[in-house]
Design a protein around this ligand. Structure first.
Ligand SMILES: C[S@@+](CC[C@H](N)C(=O)[O-])C[C@H]1O[C@@H](n2cnc3c(N)ncnc32)[C@H](O)[C@@H]1O
Length: 494
């Protein structure tokens, strides 16, 4: 499979910068407060009218240099050299950025950036621009900016100090860069040589070139030497299902969910005992309520505990409307219908699969969560969830929970009867939004579990306070607690 079967109209990929330039650029960005928070004010890159809106907003950024960096790297307008130099850390940095192709000189003493440089989760990420003319019908070597799906995988990743991470299908290398806060090294792979050039340039911007090993090849092919040795594998693959053959940064190269299946089946063997795997994807369902059936089958003998997250399930026609602009939809509709008939696709689920390799009897849990409604990183919430499900697996029965200390789990809850939350309430803990039917009734009960007493003692306190008439020794009480642990509301403390 070639990664460059279509002629490219994209600018030549950037080259790495030297360590001193990278350090000075990072320092300048930090001083200017050019970080992920800017999008709270600027809005979303690529949303309708975004460029005009950001042109109005950049002069009002928190610092003048932040405005200049937005103008140069996000809006991508030409900027006078002298002003750009001030914002990127000085004239020498500017010259080095021009030499690496990250900036290009224009007539009239102006410079511009042919790419997008996005500050995201503490790292600076060069990619092709979201609105590069080529992005409407992307050639094979288009390098996608950090997307919502990429941020989702990042926020779902359990992070702990470790030796080896793999970022499979790394694109610009965002997840590889993010792993540098806790891993000694990372192998970042992609089939697209141009994407790997971006990943190399981005590694240099972070000062991590010597810790990110960049390898070209298809999925697991370039990492055959580290089977069973990996501590964390992250993968945000090109999972969009579309009829026909594709080799782009977003659309799956295999029919239906075949690529996602291959990745889910192949991921566990890469991991050492205790290691994590996180990937996003779209997968087929025979019908909407069976949304996790195929993933269960793929993971049946995986030797991993697994959490399968459902972000959204679509009927086939809803999927087309939600994932494709009208001009593309028209062209693919007949092929999509034929594909649905051929593969008996009754629904499509967008979600994520998180696994942890563990010897012994494994569990698989499913949770529904609107991913857009999360509050930042959910890695700690997920680690606690895995620990709690494993602790429950090792109990004789739910009744054992009464003698354990339980704690209201991180994350936040919403009542599905009130509709899906549109925005995140302020002042709540971080993590995934999890549905709790009848939240108003349950939340005061759940928050009583603070980890300080056994569940039996806490239930007695709740009863004494008159908040809920629960009898600790009634069999349904243990089953209720079990349900709360399984739905991510309560954590079991060890
Ligand atoms: C959706 S992009 C994700 C990029 C990056 N990981 C992120 O999250 O922003 C998918 C990436 O998969 C790569 N890809 C496509 N087919 C591949 C294959 N067979 N093996 C490895 N990578 C592949 C594409 O080149 C693209 O960079």
């Amino acid at each position: 499979m070639s990664s460059t079967s279509l002629p490219s109209s994209l600018p030549p990929a950037p080259r790495p910068v030297d360590a001193d330039t990278a350090r000075r650029l990072r320092d300048a960005a930090a001083r200017a407060e050019f970080d992920g928070q800017i999008f709270r004010y600027l809005g979303v890159i690529g949303s309708p009218g975004w460029r005009a809106s950001m042109r109005e907003k950049w002069p009002k950024m928190v610092t003048f240099d932040c405005g200049t960096l937005v103008r140069l790297f996000i809006v991508r307008d030409p900027v006078p050299e002298t002003i750009a130099a001030g914002a990127v850390g000085g004239g020498e940095v500017l010259t080095a950025l021009v030499k690496s192709g990250i900036l290009v000189g224009e007539s009239g003493g102006m410079v511009r950036c042919p790419f997008q440089l996005t500050p995201a989760a503490g790292v600076l990420v060069l990619s092709d621009a979201i609105d590069d003319p080529a992005s409407a019908n992307p050639p094979d070597d288009y390098v996608i900016p950090v997307s919502g799906a990429a941020r989702g995988v990042d926020d779902l990743t359990p992070r702990e100090p470790c030796d080896l991470v793999i970022d499979l299908a790394c694109g610009q290398g965002f997840h590889a860069l993010r792993s540098m806060t806790h891993a000694k090294r990372c192998i970042a792979t992609d089939i697209n040589a141009r994407a790997l050039d971006f990943a190399r340039a981005n590694a240099s911007l972070l000062g991590a070139s010597d810790r990110i090993d960049i390898r070209q090849g298809s999925f697991f092919e370039p990492v055959a030497d580290v089977v069973g040795k990996v501590d964390l594998l992250t993968c945000n693959p090109p999972f969009v299902m579309q009829p026909g053959a594709h080799i782009t940064s977003a659309v799956s190269p295999t029919e239906g969910d075949g690529m996602v299946e291959g990745l889910v089946r192949g991921l566990p063997r890469m991991l050492r005992e205790g290691a994590w795997g996180v990937m996003s994807g779209l997968w087929e369902n025979a019908e909407p309520r069976d949304w996790s059936a195929r993933v269960r089958e793929w993971l049946a003998e995986a030797g991993c505990d697994a959490l399968v997250l459902q972000f959204q399930t679509y009927l086939p026609e809803e999927y087309l409307t939600a994932w494709f602009p009208p001009e593309v939809r028209v062209g693919i509709e007949p092929g999509w219908r034929a594909l649905c008939e051929k593969r008996r696709i009754g629904a499509v689920t967008y979600g994520a699969v998180i696994v942890r390799k563990r010897a012994g009897q494994n569990w698989l849990a499913t949770l529904s969560t609107p991913i857009f409604a999360r509050t930042g990183a959910a890695g700690e919430q997920i680690k606690a969830y895995f620990a709690s499900q494993t602790a429950m697996q090792n109990m004789w029965g739910p009744v054992d929970l009464l003698d354990r200390k339980l704690r209201f789990a991180a994350g936040w809850r919403f009542d599905p009867a009130q509709g899906t939350p549109k925005s995140t309430p302020l002042g709540v803990s971080r993590g995934l939004a999890l549905p709790v039917p009848n939240q108003a009734r349950w939340e005061p009960v759940l928050t009583a579990f603070d980890g300080g007493a056994t569940a039996r003692e806490t239930l007695a306190q709740i009863r004494a306070s008159g908040r809920l008439n629960v009898q600790p020794d009634h069999p349904e009480t243990a089953a209720m607690l079990q349900g709360m642990v399984q739905s991510g509301c309560l954590d079991i403390l060890s």
